[in-house]
Ligand binder design. Structure first.
Ligand code: NAD
Ligand code: UGA
Length: 464
């Protein structure tokens, strides 16, 4: 079976980039990305391709190449479902904020709505692909909904989790370590559906890098991959605190252990804590699933990764307060970076939000700068926490358009995101503009201690 028409429901950080690459690499397949968010779709269709809603290095060029040729963005979900022979579901699966599993389980209401809409609209056989990250055995529920409310058409369900990381999405998609496809390996129809999706990826991914498994292994592998990655960050962050007590340096420790080929060098960068929309959500989901099977030791083991991460964010803010003579009340503190990592405009679960919140509770006055995040988003992130009123947030936060402005008369600066431009700042000028003593807190191990201390800064870096 040859796929000619793909629909993707959800034009977010996953749906947008993944479909742009499929369209770029498969000119004979029509790819339509749909979303109920009209503003988002309008931005994807903006004449100036630099205004697409997601900032990812290289993405605008890919969209410019394929958009209008075989890549389309639309709010007409029914039409795109009707015309497609393969439908990707890339909608959000946030942590539940209500009812059973509140604060842990994945909220599957958006997934279910998609399934019901596909069931209602589809008049021809479809392959439905889970692209969103889902709890193991979700495909079973999807199949039930599709088979019981459909118009007598056949659905094959595949799991094809996405492993791209934000900030490097285009290169991750162009050269994935692996593409994982889970399907029904026991039936001819199942194998045919798997092959159809393998053929889509085979446009640019070598066969050796396309892995096929049963659906449940595929679903669980995605949660497991994120849990392992986050666990490495929490492990190195746990030891960063011990380094600070003992005179060891976490960068040197990371290098020393990372050279062991069994451990490897990646994901050993100590930080103020991991953020992003997925690590915390997916681990909480894993913990919830383990608990629901009565596997309490398994649940506790993985929950510790989150507990450590929360501790790291709190401890960074507490270190700032303690260093600034135990009070930041009325002091001007500049936060450089708001995105959860460099090269993205995504701020979901960014450590900066929580550090800012702790400092605001201590009555600090914050000046914030991020190269890709605007004032509206920063204020919205803090308003969402509900710690204080919108008026209070606006009274105590200034958002500026460049890092130098943030430094003016500041008591302290904290590096929250590892943007390259912070490395290249004129730190002598920054020092001159600040109140003395000038405190600099590096939450990302971005800067060189010797250089900054030579300028005159009181310098603290996580893990040293
Ligand atoms: P997102 O919030 O950026 O995008 C989801 C989009 O789906 C939104 O624009 C929303 O309006 C739309 N949507 C929701 N319900 C809809 C419906 N019924 N019909 C049409 N559109 C609908 O989310 P995201 O970051 O792209 O993540 C999507 C999924 O992919 C999640 O399950 C996430 O865990 C997973 N994932 C994300 C990343 C990442 O880097 N962000 C990486 C791998 C996997
Ligand atoms: C992560 C995974 O890396 C992707 O494979 C996965 O597809 C994605 O989650 C997802 O499912 O959403 P992402 O969150 O975009 O990708 O970015 P990462 O590079 O993993 O960084 C996550 C957080 O950990 C960031 O805040 C980053 O600064 C932090 N981090 C990462 C560290 O503090 N230290 C490190 O060594 C690595």
């Amino acid at each position: 079976m040859k796929i000619k028409n793909i629909c993707c429901i959800g034009a977010g950080y996953v749906g947008g980039p993944t479909m742009a690459i499929i369209a770029q690499k498969s000119p004979e397949i029509t790819v339509t990305v749909v979303d109920i968010n009209e503003k988002r779709i309008a931005a994807w269709n903006d004449e100036d391709v630099n205004n697409i809603p997601i900032y990812e290095p290289g993405l605008a060029d890919v969209v410019a190449e394929a958009r209008g040729r075989n890549l389309f963005f639309s709010t007409d979900v029914d039409k795109a479902i009707d015309e497609a022979d393969m439908i990707f579901i890339s909608v959000n699966t946030p942590t539940k904020t209500y009812g059973i599993g509140k604060g842990m389980a994945a909220d599957l209401k958006y997934i279910e709505l998609c399934a019901r809409q596909i069931a209602r609209v589809a008049k021809t056989d479809k392959i439905v692909v889970e692209k969103s990250t889902l709890p193991v055995r979700t495909a079973e529920a999807l199949k039930n909904i599709l088979d019981n409310t459909g118009n007598g058409v056949n659905f094959q369900i595949l799991s094809n989790p996405e492993f791209l990381a934000e900030g490097t999405a285009v290169s991750d998609l162009h050269k994935p370590d692996r593409v994982l496809i889970g399907g029904d390996l026991d039936t001819d129809e199942g194998k045919e559906a798997i092959q159809a999706l393998v053929d889509v990826y085979a446009h640019w991914v070598t066969k050796d890098n396309i892995l096929t498994t049963n659906v449940w292994s595929s679903e669980l592998s995605k949660l497991t991959a994120n849990a392992f990655l986050a666990q490495r960050v929490s492990s190195i962050n746990a030891l960063s605190e011990l380094c600070e007590q003992t005179g060891a340096d976490i960068k040197e420790v990371a290098k020393a252990i990372g050279m062991d080929s069994r451990i490897g060098p990646k994901f050993l960068q100590a930080s103020v804590g991991f953020g992003g929309s997925c690590f915390q959500k997916d681990i909480l989901n894993l913990v919830y699933i383990a608990k629901s099977f009565g596997l309490n030791e398994v649940a506790d083991y993985w929950e510790q990764v989150i507990i450590m991460n929360d501790h790291q964010k709190r401890r960074f803010a507490a270190k700032m307060v303690k260093t600034l003579y135990n009070t930041v009340s009325g002091k001007k503190i500049a936060l450089l970076g708001w995105a959860f990592k460099k090269d993205t405009n995504d701020t979901r679960e960014s450590a900066a939000i929580y550090v800012a919140d702790y400092l605001l509770i201590e009555q600090a006055e914050l000046v914030i700068y991020d190269p890709k995040v605007n004032k509206e988003q920063i204020l919205a992130d803090l308003d969402c926490l509900g710690t204080r009123s919108e008026e209070e947030n606006r009274a105590n936060i200034t958002v500026v358009n460049n890092a130098m402005d943030a430094a003016n008369d500041a008591h302290a600066i904290a590096i929250m995101t590892e943007w390259d431009e912070f490395k290249a700042l004129d730190w002598e000028q920054v020092y001159n503009d600040m109140l003395k003593p000038a405190f600099l807190f590096d939450g990302r191990r971005l800067l060189d201690r010797h250089e900054l201390e030579a300028i005159g800064f009181e310098f603290y870096a996580i893990g040293s």
